[in-house]
Design a binder for this molecule. Sequence first.
Ligand code: SAM
Length: 239
Amino acid sequence: MKIDIVTLFPEMFDSPLSHSIMKRAIENDLLEVNMVNFRRFGSGKHQHVDDTPYGGGAGMLLKPEPIFQSIEEIQQRSPITNKRIILMDPAGKPFDQSMAEEFSKEEHLIFICGHYEGYDERIRSLVTDEVSLGDYVLTGGELASMVMMDAAVRLIPGVLGNEESAETDSHSSGLLEHPHYTRPAEYKGMTVPEVLMNGNHKLIEEWRHMESLKRTFERRPDMLEKRELTDQEKDWIKQ
Ligand code: SAM
């Protein structure tokens, strides 16, 4: 997958891209990330990328030209037609695991990171998606795009090693993940459930499914609204 980040602060991405799974994905040629600093397309001696809003009001807006020129430059360099051009915006569609799965299947993602008060409205005509990380306001789109990139890249086949798996992750199956335990079998009086130590894989799978369901019921009942539960499942979550 190819990712272009349109940002005023490319250095912010140095650390996330040079550690752990993202670093390995780049080294293994599963991921290529390019930074496009749109300051390069700013106007005047000081390369201004923002200006005051028509009609007055607080804050500065990102001007259209630098963002349009950034996207044109990317198009010329990588003429893939089925790109997703994703605008980081608190007023966008809330990001979730199904969006991460969708993004992970794309050949080329372009994230546009805003700053200051927001965008000149015409910038929206360039994009395929307007996406929010959540119902709060960040200072810029950089952290939001890093989160979205990370969530999508780990789902690209081959990015996670054998010891890591995305299949049973919370949200992948529509449920939160079940509890996990590792050694020691007892710690500070807290013990590992017997079923996990008896080697009966059918029982272990059943226990994990039921605990997954129970955790989802307790913490995120909204996720179960569209799910029809069996009588056995209903009994388990009431335990
Ligand atoms: N005035 C804008 C509003 O009320 O919608 C907020 C602008 S915010 C200070 C600056 C930039 O940070 C936004 O243009 C966007 O790129 C990014 N940003 C802030 N919060 C975000 C969120 N929850 N999700 C995605 N991007 C966000």
